[in-house]
Structure formats: C-alpha cells, structure tokens
Write a protein that binds this ligand. Structure first.
Ligand code: ATP
Ligand code: MG
Length: 320
C-alpha cells in the first residue's frame, strides 16, 4: 500500500495533507453520486480520482462502482470477477455492503466493485419491492465507516442511476464545455427535482465540474461563461483539463495520483477534492471567522472593561 508521508510532492497534495488534520470529522458518511446520463463525459475518471484524492487527504474514502461497464473497478486494477461480491449482490440483497468492500493499492481508499452482471439488476428488480432503495439500504450499514462515499453511475437514467441518486446526499455532475451540454443535463436536473419531491428530499447538487477542458478554444470559454450564468456558484471553480495521464492511468490500474502525481490531471482532482471539502466546511468556517473578528477588539482594547454578560462562561459562573 502507498503511504504519502514518505514521498515529497508539490502542492496541492502537500497542502491538502498538511490541512488534513484540521478538517473536522464532520464529513462522516457523505454520499456523492457522480452522474450524467450522457456517455463519456468523465464520470468514471472523476469518481476514481476524486475518491482517491479524498483518501490522499486522509479522509476515509469508498468508491462504489454502480456501472455494469465496471470501468471504475478495472481502473483501480481489479479484474472482472463474477464470483466476487459486487454492487449486483448489494442490489439483490444477496450480500451486505460490508462483504463487498475491498481495499485498494491506495491507503484509505476502498472499493465496492461492479461486474457486467449488474446490467441484469435493471430487469430483475423491475417488480421488486423497494427497488429504488436497494443501494441506500445496503450502504446504510457501512456509511459511518467512511467520510466520503463516491458512486460512479452508468450513462443512463436507469434503475441503477436511480438507486445511486436515492442513496446519495448530493450529485456531482461532470460536463464537457461544448454546445448542447446544457440540453443534455436538463433531463438529469429534472430527475433530481422529481427525486427531491419523492424518494430523496435531501438530495443536493454538489456541483457541476467541467472535464476534459481545453482552454485554448474560444468555444470552451464561451460555453463556460454560459454555464456560469446558468449554474451560478454550483459551477465548481476547479476545472479538469484534458490530460493524457488521466486517460493512461486506468490501464495501469491506478488513480492518477499514484500514476503521476505531478500531472495536471492528478493535481486538478486533488484541487477538486479540496474545493468540495472546503465548501462543505464553509458555513462553519464563516461562523468561526466572524466570531474571531468580533472577539478581537475586546481582546486587544485593554482600557475597556470586558463585557462577558452574554458569555456562557458568565452564565455558568452565575448559576453555580
Ligand atoms: P461512460 O458514460 O461510458 O461511463 P464516463 O462518463 O465514465 O463514460 P470516462 O470513462 O471517465 O467517462 O471518460 C471517457 C474517456 O475519456 C476515457 O477514455 C477517459 O480515459 C477519457 N478522459 C476522461 N477525462 C479525461 C481528461 N480530463 N483528459 C483526458 N482524457 C480523459
Ligand atoms: Mg463511466
């Protein structure tokens, strides 16, 4: 297994690791579905490298391959094995999630693999009870063992993606900056809206992330402006560049940060993980920042008597 402490990496990996311990453990069990029904937009690349980057930030990370193509499974170096416990067995309740979790080469990153037999679950579950809740129920038992659980979805709004969206706290939507990108994603946004009104009221949009970005084209820049107008701050600041290392890494069975951590591709996903963690910390961070700046004047203004009338300390003293 790889451990990063022994290696010397440039930022942002160093940054994310130096700050790892300052991230409070409020992430526990956050489930993020990586979804877009359009094929080949970078879902799997995002799922693998985001999950790996979480692990590199020393938060416990699990990748669940929800796609019968099993690209996340293969991309992490696991041979397709029909006998191994996979997402299929979780959906059919033949195995528990705990039985499906396997460790990967990267310390802190685990995987629940997939297999092409998962395609059958779409049909087998059609008449089944709670068919949309199978994955959610299965993951419930292991949720607290991980900080982030990343779900790699197939390129369809089928029962598999539906299971992922019902299990998830939020959806991360990878998109390419091309014309008609918005049209493709509107159906997904409609589905998310319907799920909020039915099976999963708490479902949020984690963000939209631009993938395979080529900043040399005017088109990409124009489309980015349009997406910014449409999604506002849901469009994440981190942009994933087109980078050959990201495409090569899966054939070595490795996330990009184990294949070539200095590549722009690996770095961009490390930044994405950091951005997502920072955003999730933001409400608390802003609160802390305000209370610190409010306290600062009283702490430094020595002439004025300190006013503790609102402090809990004083209440406690008065009560005792
Ligand atoms: P599917 O819909 O089939 O599941 P997907 O949305 O999961 O596809 P990926 O498999 O991640 O998409 O990416 C499609 C192809 O593009 C792959 O060959 C992948 O290696 C390559 N690719 C993805 N992201 C990048 C990138 N940033 N730079 C270069 N190549 C990339
Ligand atoms: Mg994929």
């Amino acid at each position: 297994m790889h451990h990063f402490a022994a290696l010397h990496f440039p930022s942002p990996l160093v940054y994310i690791q130096q700050n790892a311990r300052s991230y409070p453990k409020t992430y526990m069990g956050i489930i993020i579905a990586v979804a877009n029904q359009k094929g080949g937009v970078g879902k799997t690349t995002t799922a693998i490298n985001l999950a790996a980057s979480f692990a590199a930030a020393e938060v416990r990370s699990l990748l669940v391959d929800c796609d019968p193509q099993a690209n996340s499974t293969g991309g992490l170096g696991f041979a397709r094995d029909p006998d191994r416990v996979s997402t299929y067995h979780l959906l059919t309740a033949e195995a528990t999630a705990g039985e499906g979790v396997v460790p990967t080469e990267l310390e802190g990153l685990s995987l629940i693999p997939s297999h092409k037999n998962l395609i059958g679950a779409n049909i087998e579950l059609v008449g089944a009870e709670n068919r949309e809740f199978r994955l959610r129920n299965a993951l419930e038992s292991i949720r607290t063992e991980f900080d982030f659980i990343v779900l790699d979805c197939p390129p369809a709004l089928d029962l598999l993606t539906l299971n992922a969206l019902v299990a998830a706290d939020s959806v991360l939507v990878p998109m390419q900056a091309e014309y008609f990108a918005l049209e493709g994603v509107s159906e997904l946004l409609d589905t998310i809206e319907r799920l909020r009104q039915s099976f999963n009221p708490g479902l949020e949009i984690e963000g939209v992330v631009l993938t395979m970005y080529d900043d040399r084209t005017n088109l990409a820049q124009q489309v980015t402006q349009e997406l910014k107008r449409h999604f506002g701050d849901k469009l994440l600041d981190t942009i994933i560049p087109r980078n050959i290392r990201l495409a090569e890494a899966p054939s070595y069975g490795k996330p990009a940060l184990l294949y070539d951590v200095r590549s722009r591709g690996a770095e961009s996903y490390i930044r994405l993980a950091k951005e997502i963690m920072d955003r999730r910390m933001r409400p608390a961070a802003i609160e802390n920042a305000t209370s610190v700046s409010e306290q600062a004047p009283t702490a430094t203004t020595v002439d004025q008597p300190e006013d503790f009338s609102n402090s809990n300390e004083l209440k406690r003293v008065n009560e005792s």
